[in-house]
Design a protein around this ligand. Structure first.
Ligand code: NAD
Ligand code: TYD
Length: 339
């Protein structure tokens, strides 16, 4: 089995590659990643010498490069993690989100059509469903919830999902889509809520909570997401969408307070800043379908997962220090200085 994993130098893709090489020692895994600000070869260091692993630095938007790779490797599957993934960046500059998330997806699927594939899997997000009101805790996203996006990021992911389903219906491409809730865990880029708060707290810097911090996200430990995708690509039904989430809803402010507590830092570091434009209030996944059809259940509870994650950041400063001391400083200044 040969699998091309795109975006594998990023947060979830790298965790997926570790999971696959560990669980299927005879699979060949090729990581296709152009190494944007969010991708790093240092993340893939643990597998670089594995003879069943190959890294290729190209963009999924580069048709010639993608076709060359298909001709060289004859993949059985493509799992597409490659994306621009940060909502705040999409508000500043939507264009690259459309290029990578939509055009890149079509380039990959065109190659799948041209050379043949057993499965094309699109890694999508619960954000395509828009948001839920805070006062309706009985409401959840199911696979039939209408697409109703809020940000350029979620719109670009929704555009890609629609294209994936269209390639299935029009050309018979054997596709699956998974839509997961917010992930957390090792190798999470420090611009996102949990690693940003851990690293700021470690430096005794202000912890910038958007609005009142009452927005709710449904957090899933990244390994549980990887295991779910593994099940979908092997046993999921072609043409189907699978929601992934662990019924673990938390308010942002409660997460930030928990991080302060775990690190022994004062809550006085918390600073309320101007809210994100169009900020989604609540995400909550109903994972009944993947549970009933594929037997998936989350294994890591948030109380354990957040401890493991904080410990990972404490133990792996060598991974995140070069990130936060580089170009990231300009990003941080631009996004947070006068907020
Ligand atoms: P990330 O930003 O950490 O990593 C993205 C990776 O894609 C990076 O390695 C980057 O270099 C690569 N990339 C970007 N543009 C590329 C291009 N044109 N060609 C090749 N590679 C490119 O993202 P992540 O958090 O790991 O998310 C991975 C996927 O999972 C995304 O599709 C995202 O929409 C989806 N997702 C993320 C979450 C989450 O909580 N992080 C939740 C649900 C779904
Ligand atoms: P984020 O990690 O960007 O994920 P997403 O927007 O895709 O859910 O943000 C998670 C939540 O945390 C979201 O409600 C925005 C909020 N947030 C802050 O309050 N402060 C921050 O500095 C960041 C990055 C996010």
């Amino acid at each position: 089995m040969t699998i091309i994993v795109t975006g594998g130098a990023g947060f979830i893709g790298s965790n997926f590659i570790f999971h696959m090489l560990n669980k299927y020692p005879d699979y060949r895994i090729i990581c296709l990643d152009c190494l944007t600000y969010a991708g790093s070869l240092s993340t893939l260091e643990p597998v670089m010498d594995n003879p069943n692993f190959r890294f290729v630095k190209e963009s999924i938007t580069d048709r010639a490069a993608v076709e060359k790779l298909f001709e060289e490797e004859h993949p059985d599957m493509v799992v597409n993690f490659a994306a621009e993934s940060h909502v705040d960046r999409s508000i500043e500059n939507p264009q690259v989100f459309l290029d990578t998330n939509i055009i890149g997806t079509s380039v990959l699927m065109d190659a799948c059509r041209k050379y043949g594939i057993k499965r094309y899997h699109q890694v999508s997000t619960d954000e395509v469903y828009g948001d839920l009101p805070l006062d309706r805790p009985d409401m959840f996203f199911t696979e039939t919830t209408p697409i109703h996006t809020s940000s350029p990021y979620s719109s670009s992911k929704a555009g890609a999902d629609l294209l994936v389903l269209a390639y299935h219906r029009t050309y018979g491409l054997p596709v699956t889509i998974s839509r997961c809730s917010n992930n957390y865990g090792p190798y999470h880029f420090p611009e996102k809520l949990i690693p940003l708060m851990i690293i700021n707290a470690l430096h005794d810097k202000p912890l910038p909570v958007y609005g009142e911090g009452l927005n709710v996200r449904d957090w899933l430990y990244v390994e549980d997401h990887c295991k779910a995708i593994d099940l979908v690509i092997h046993n999921g039904r072609v043409g189907e969408v699978y929601n992934i989430g662990g019924h673990n809803e938390m308010k942002n402010i409660d997460i930030v307070k928990l991080i302060c507590k775990e690190l022994g830092k004062p809550e006085s570091l918390i600073t309320y800043v101007t809210d994100r434009k169009g900020h989604d209030m609540r995400y909550a996944i109903d994972p009944t379908k993947i549970h009933n059809e594929l037997g998936w259940l989350p294994e890591t509870m948030f109380t354990d997962g957040i401890k493991k994650t904080i410990k990972w950041y404490l133990d792996n400063e060598a991974w995140w220090e070069p990130i936060v001391s580089g170009e990231y400083q300009n990003y941080y200044e631009k996004m947070y200085a006068n907020r």
